[in-house]
Design a protein around this ligand. Structure first.
Ligand code: 4NP
Length: 151
């Protein structure tokens, strides 16, 4: 079974939205893909997603309120087939902390959206509901591309 880990900074805004969007499509299409998310920073360990992220997903019929933030672990690099960073800064950190025997394939979230390769999903943390809707739109477009490639 293919496994995919989404990684942002805090694991409370962008990567939980990505996890929710992909998980929803996987269930809707009856696919067998393992989906998880994590952060490179541990400040929000154990916390649910940001209320604005929960609301944005909810506006699109997806419940992410049960997710809990965690930090990336060395084992993630061996356990997941794909590690998908939400932005360039976190992709750089992932490459730095990856163990020598990492097997996961790295990519950027927007590498999976034609015409947006190499770009970052902006951090909506200091934004408003509209920014969270933009994030949802971007991760949804990416999920469509990911499924076209791996499913
Ligand atoms: P995320 O957003 O990386 O999309 O979850 C952030 C959440 C929290 C912080 C930064 C970004 N923070 O600095 O606490």
């Amino acid at each position: 079974m293919t496994s995919i880990l989404f990684v942002c900074l805090g694991n409370i805004c962008r990567s939980p939205l990505a996890e929710g969007a992909l998980r929803n499509e996987v269930e809707r299409r009856g696919l067998r893909i393992e989906v998880d998310s994590a952060g490179t920073g541990g400040w929000h360990e154990g916390q649910p997603p940001d209320p604005r992220a929960i609301a944005a997903a909810g506006r699109n019929g997806v419940d992410i309120s049960g997710l809990r933030a965690r930090t990336v672990t060395p084992d993630d690099f061996r356990r997941f087939d794909h590690i998908i960073a939400l932005d360039r800064s976190n992709l750089r950190v992932l490459r730095e902390v990856a163990p020598w025997d990492a097997t996961a394939a790295f990519s950027l979230m927007l590498d999976h959206v034609p015409g947006r390769e190499g770009q970052s999903v902006a951090d909506p943390y200091y934004g408003d509901d509209e920014d969270f809707d933009i994030t949802w739109g971007e991760v949804s477009a990416s999920v469509a591309g990911i499924l076209a490639r791996v499913a």
